[in-house]
Design a protein around this ligand. Structure first.
Ligand code: AMP
Length: 395
C-alpha cells in the first residue's frame, strides 16, 4: 500500500501525526509548523473521498488527563488549516470515542485526545494498540519525530493492519532526505556537527567518518577536541572523559581521508552570560578564566568556504550559544553558507534539535533542502539504527 496510489474512497484513515506543538500560556498554538507539515497527507485522503482520524501526543503528561496537555487546545488551529470542522473525541479509546469514528462520512475529520493520557501508549501495550486500531480501516504513520519509539500508536498498532498500512508524505520525505545523504555519490559531502557535547554525538560522528569528505566540528563539543590536541581552552565546556574518544576520532579521520575542520578562533567571555565583555582569542590560547561561546571570524571564513564548495551537506548542532545574541553570529553565518550552497545546487539536510531551532529562528528554514521534524529520530536513522515506526510499516 502506498499513499500516492491507494484509493481512500469510503475508507477511514487512522493517522499517527506529530501534533506535539508549542503552546503559549493561554493554550494557543504559537508555532504551527508540525500541523502544517501533516496537511499534505490529511488532504490527500480528504480529497480522495476518505475520512480521517488523527491521533497524537502532546507534551509529557503524567499518564492521566491534564488540561494543559489536552489536544482540544489545537482544534481551532487545525480547523483553520483544514477549512472544515474537526470533531474532537475526549478520550482516544473507549465507547464514546468509537461512536465518533464508527460512521464517518467522506471528508469528515476526528481528532482523538492526547495518547499519552494513557500509560499504555509509551509502554507499547498491544491491547491498547488494538483499541486504537478500531478507529480506522487503514493505518498511516506520518509522525517522524516519534518513529524511533516503539510506542503503541507509532509501531505496535501496525500489527492490526497487515497489508493496510503505509507512510504519510512527511515520513516519506524525511526518509528520502536521509537516504539521499547516505546513498548519494555526489561529492564533496560535508557534515557540520556542533552543539554541547561530544558524548551525545559520538555514534553519529563515528558513522559520519565512514562517509563524509569533510567533517566540521563547532559548538561546545569542539573544545574537547582542542584540548585533546594540547590546546589551552580556559574554562570552556569540556568532557575530560572523552579526550581519548576525541583523539580516536582525529586519528580515524586521518585514516579515512576525511578532512577534519576545527575552529581556528573563538569568541569568549568570563561568564556564561550575554551581558559581559566579549573577547576574541585563538581557539587553543583561551585565557584561563575565559570560556569559548562562539566561533570567531577566521573559523567562519574557513568553514563557510568548505560548505560553499560542497554538493551534499548535513548539519546537526549550533556553532555556539546561539540563544544569546552576542554568540549567535557563528551559527547564523554557517546557516547562511548552507543556504548559499543550496542556492547553487547543493542538497542540504538540517537535522536534529537545536540547528533546526536555529534555522527557524533566522527564517532560513525554507532556503535549505530539508529541515527534519524529528531530532532524535533523524540522528538514530543517520546512525544506521532501525527505527521501530519505520520497521512496523515495512514488515
Ligand atoms: P545539542 O543539544 O547537543 O545540539 O546542544 C545544543 C546546545 O549547545 C545549545 O543550547 C547551545 O547553546 C549549546 N552550545 C553551543 N556551543 C556552546 C559552547 N561553546 N558552550 C556552551 N554551550 C554551547
Amino acid at each position: 500500500m502506498n499513499i500516492s496510489t491507494f484509493d481512500f474512497s469510503g475508507k477511514r484513515a487512522l493517522i499517527r501525526v506529530d501534533f506535539n506543538v508549542p503552546l503559549n500560556e493561554e493554550g494557543n498554538v504559537y508555532d504551527d509548523t508540525r500541523i502544517k507539515m501533516a496537511l499534505p497527507t490529511i488532504n490527500k485522503i480528504l480529497n480522495g473521498n476518505g475520512s480521517v482520524v488523527l491521533m497524537s501526543h502532546l507534551g509529557r503528561p503524567k499518564n492521566t488527563y491534564q488540561k494543559e496537555f489536552s489536544l482540544s487546545q489545537i482544534l481551532s488551529c487545525l480547523e483553520g488549516h483544514l477549512k472544515r470542522e474537526v470533531i474532537f473525541a475526549e478520550d482516544c479509546i473507549g465507547e464514546r470515542a468509537l461512536e465518533k469514528t464508527a460512521n464517518l462520512k467522506p471528508g469528515q475529520v476526528v481528532l482523538l485526545e492526547n495518547l499519552r493520557f494513557h500509560a499504555e501508549e509509551k509502554e507499547g501495550d498491544s491491547n491498547f494498540a488494538k483499541k486504537l486500531a478500531q478507529h480506522g480501516d487503514v493505518y498511516i504513520n506520518d509522525a517522524f519525530g516519534t518513529a524511533h519509539r516503539a510506542h503503541a500508536s507509532t509501531s505496535i498498532i501496525a500489527e492490526n493492519f497487515v497489508g493496510k498500512k503505509c507512510f504519510g508524505y512527511l515520513i516519506e520525505s524525511e526518509i528520502k532526505s536521509v537516504e539521499k545523504v547516505l546513498e548519494s555519490e555526489d561529492k564533496p559531502l560535508t557534515a557540520i556537527v556542533g552543539g554541547a557535547k561530544v558524548s551525545s554525538k559520538i555514534t553519529i560522528l563515528s558513522k559520519l567518518l565512514e562517509k563524509v569528505d569533510h567533517l566540521i566540528i563547532g559548538g561546545g563539543m569542539a573544545y574537547t577536541f582542542v584540548k585533546a590536541l594540547g590546546g589551552k581552552i580556559g574554562i570552556s565546556l569540556v568532557e575530560d572523559d572523552f579526550i581519548d574518544v576525541a583523539k580516536n576520532i582525529i586519528a580515524q579521520a586521518e585514516k579515512n581521508n576525511v578532512q577534519l575542520h576545527l575552529p581556528i578562533d573563538t569568541l569568549s567571555a568570563e561568564e556564561f552570560s550575554n551581558d559581559v565583555k566579549v573577547y576574541h582569542n585563538n581557539i587553543d590560547l583561551i585565557p584561563e578564566n575565559h570560556m569559548g561561546l562562539d566561533i570567531g571570524n577566521e573559523s567562519i571564513a574557513k568553514f563557510s568556504s568548505v560548505i560553499k564548495n560542497s554538493s551534499l551537506i548535513l548539519w546537526n548542532g549550533p556553532m555556539g550559544v546561539f540563544e544569546m545574541s552576542n554568540f549567535q553570529r557563528g551559527t547564523v553565518a554557517i546557516a547562511e553558507a548552507v543556504v548559499e550552497a543550496t542556492t547553487k545546487g547543493a542538497f542540504s539536510l538540517v537535522g536534529g534539535g537545536d540547528s533546526v531551532a536555529a534555522v527557524n529562528q533566522f527564517n532560513l528554514a525554507d532556503k535549505v533542502s530539508h529541515v527534519s521534524t524529528g531530532g532524535g529520530a533523524m540522528l538514530e536513522y543517520l546512525e544506521g539504527k532501525t527505527l521501530p515506526g519505520i520497521k512496523a510499516i515495512l514488515n
